[in-house]
Design a protein around this ligand. Structure first.
Ligand SMILES: NC(=O)c1ccc[n+]([C@@H]2O[C@H](COP(=O)([O-])OP(=O)(O)OC[C@H]3O[C@@H](n4cnc5c(N)ncnc54)[C@H](OP(=O)(O)O)[C@@H]3O)[C@@H](O)[C@H]2O)c1
Length: 231
């Protein structure tokens, strides 16, 4: 499968690329195509050294929109700050491709990390909701139901260390059954990581808020790279 990791030069993108390259052709996206190529070459060497003959996939770098154009699944591994503009640029290249959003909008207050979702532009009489998640914003801007929200509790550092098995859960939210099935399969292909469906895309606020929650646990308890497993 061809998977584009847009913003793939960041920590989460590096980890996902290293993990999925065992089986898939990964396109690393960057705003700068040459930067993407450099990062992809480095990732591919690390993956080849680790997997040896077991490596069936590849890692190649492209400018973000080119990576999106040639891929079947798109991961938006970019910061939340310019997410809306990024989604608008991406829209012509999405069609009915499956889009994965790991985006966790947050900010650092004086003494803790806080969740920072998006205000609803038009609160409706039917719903008391006054804010929505990053994944819902992406779904709205792309005009797509095939957005799956996941990976918010996965520490990039551990994902990047190929010697580590990730005995954690990746909670997922999404509205499209086929998209959920495919993303579950991609998650299961990362050793020990278990996909767990948490509900429709509207529960993504609950998943995204887990990132600042984990960052506060790390801050106050000196837990290194905490994650989540449901028992
Ligand atoms: N790191 C984690 O452990 C972790 C865990 C769970 C979820 N997440 C979420 O996953 C996403 C990626 O995390 P990350 O830590 O890898 O992020 P990051 O390092 O801050 O950013 C990833 C890449 O995004 C690109 N980028 C930066 N500003 C941009 C902009 N304004 N528009 C488009 N692209 C931009 C940069 O690539 P170029 O300069 O090459 O374009 C950068 O290398 C975030 O939304 C984060 O909330 C992260």
């Amino acid at each position: 499968m061809k998977i584009a990791i847009l913003g793939g030069t960041g920590d989460l993108g590096r980890g996902l690329a290293l993990r999925w390259a065992r089986l898939h052709n990964v396109a690393i996206g960057s705003r700068d195509g040459n930067r993407a190529k450099k990062f992809a070459e480095d990732y591919e060497q690390v993956a080849e050294r680790h997997y040896g003959d077991e490596m069936k996939g590849s890692i190649v770098g492209y400018e973000n929109l080119q990576a999106a154009r040639i891929s079947e699944v798109l991961v938006l591994s970019v910061p939340h700050e310019d997410l809306i503009e990024f989604a608008r640029l991406l829209k012509p290249f999405v069609n009915d491709k499956i889009v994965i959003s790991p985006v966790a909008p947050l900010y650092k207050a004086d003494t803790s990390f806080c969740y920072s979702p998006y205000p609803m532009s038009k609160p409706s009489n039917e719903s008391p909701k006054t804010y929505i998640s990053a994944a819902e914003v992406v779904s709205f801007e792309l005009g797509s139901k095939r957005v799956v929200s996941t990976f918010h509790t996965l520490p990039a550092k551990k994902l990047c260390d190929l010697t580590m098995n990730l005995d954690y859960d990746a909670l997922m939210a999404g509205d499209d059954n086929e998209a959920i099935r495919l993303v579950s399969k991609l998650i299961s292909q990362i050793p020990d990581l278990r996909p767990v469906y948490a509900g429709p895309l509207e529960v993504s606020t609950l998943l995204e808020a887990l990132t600042p929650m984990l960052m506060n646990l790390k801050l106050y308890n000196k837990i290194r790279d905490p994650s989540i497993k449901i028992v």
